[in-house]
Design a protein around this ligand. Structure first.
Ligand code: PEP
Ligand code: MN
Length: 359
């Protein structure tokens, strides 16, 4: 994907940061137009609205469908905003493009499906290959699947490509609806530096209270824009009510964001990086020591026929480390990730001992 072109609408390149906002779903003509009118005051130039909604379970609101497309056209006429919607089938592509939608995005569930992606890519290539297409990450944290979806579009001749980072599914109750796993979009940035990355704090957080913080984090990491769900009356929204904000609230969020354009002086950065390098070396050293001790414990268990995993011990480690970490200003979630990984590796190592002959 050497020739990815900047995001553009009708030949004009979109200026950064790219801000897209609008309701999760188009519900009624009034809701679409009223939300759009108020978003204009927040400075939004691209209006999003889901016309077809992929729902996890049947029985939920699956979008108003085709009848909502003329409402998007009215948004264009009345407010001058450009429009964006999600497409999941060649039929959606055809209807959206014929209705004059300016930008298409591929939803997280569709990105994960290579057959659907190929069909969508082929139909966009026939109907409007120069349209901008944004590809949401697949719901599972699989960067290759994400890249594969992009390649299908690219190979079909679509060049104005970008991605939307909307977080990744996790099991059980979490702080986030979809875990951000920032290292995945950052790896994508390293592999495809020219590919614009837009963050979707609404679907990552799942709660409107998290949008401002997540948006700032995204900008601090150098991402290129934000797509934020907004609704004229969020609590009554037919889908994703908890994560939508009013257009006025969006304006406050956007105005409070810090766009870091002044680079940190190079000499400060060098000294900070040297400190990080040193600390990372110390960390590696400590980790290696811990693993060696763990290996000794493994040998002991092995020779005394003691099972490797003692769940009581692991929960004690977790809770004491989390308490200590919190006192040091680190989050519970971060500690859980770190200690689960360390514990997993210790167990893996002790298991390999089990495959060795008894002493
Ligand atoms: C959406 O943008 O409303 C949506 C359905 O998002 P995702 O595909 O990220 O779940
Ligand atoms: Mn939504």
């Amino acid at each position: 994907m050497k020739e990815i072109l900047p995001l553009a609408i009708e030949g004009s390149e979109l200026s950064k940061p790219i801000i897209i906002s609008g309701p999760c779903s188009a519900e009624t003509r009034e809701q679409v137009l009223e939300t759009a009118r108020r978003l204009v005051y927040a400075g939004v130039k691209i209006f999003r609205a889901g016309i077809w909604k992929p729902r996890t379970k049947p029985g939920g609101f699956e979008g108003v469908g085709e009848q909502g497309l003329p409402w998007l056209n009215e948004v264009k006429e009345i407010t001058g905003m450009k429009t964006a919607t999600e497409v999941a089938t060649p039929n959606h592509v055809e209807l959206a493009i014929k209705a004059g939608v300016d930008l298409l995005w591929i939803g997280a569930r569709t990105t994960a499906n290579p057959f659907a992606m190929q069909e969508i890519a082929d139909s966009i290539a026939v109907l409007k290959p120069d349209i901008t297409v944004l590809v949401k990450n697949p719901i599972n944290p699989d960067i290759e699947l994400w890249i594969g979806a992009l390649q299908r579009l690219y190979n079909a001749g679509i060049r104005h490509l970008g991605v939307i980072h909307r977080g990744f599914s996790t099991y059980g109750l979490q702080t986030y609806r979809n875990h951000p796993q920032w290292r995945i979009p950052l790896e994508l940035r390293i592999r495809y530096p020219q590919l614009p990355i837009i963050c979707d704090p609404s679907h990552i957080g799942g709660k409107r209270e998290l949008i401002a913080t997540l948006s700032q984090q995204a900008l601090d990491m150098g991402l290129d824009g934000l797509i934020i769900e907004s609704h004229y009356n969020p609590d009554t929204a037919w889908s994703d009510a908890a994560q939508q904000v009013t257009p006025e609230n969006l304006e406050v969020i956007l105005n409070n964001l810090v766009y870091r354009t002044t680079p940190i002086p190079e000499e400060n950065l060098t000294s900070l990086r040297q400190q990080i390098d040193q600390l990372d070396n110390d960390l590696l050293d400590i980790l290696a020591k811990r693993m060696n001790i763990s290996r000794e414990i493994g040998k002991y268990k092995h020779s005394h026929n003691i099972p490797i995993v003692q769940s009581g011990r692991f929960s004690d480690i977790m809770s004491s480390r989390i308490t200590a970490a919190k006192n040091l200003g680190m989050s519970e979630e971060f500690m859980r990730t770190v200690f689960s990984a360390i514990h997993e590796e210790s167990v893996r190592m002790q298991l390999t001992l089990d495959n060795e002959p008894h002493p």
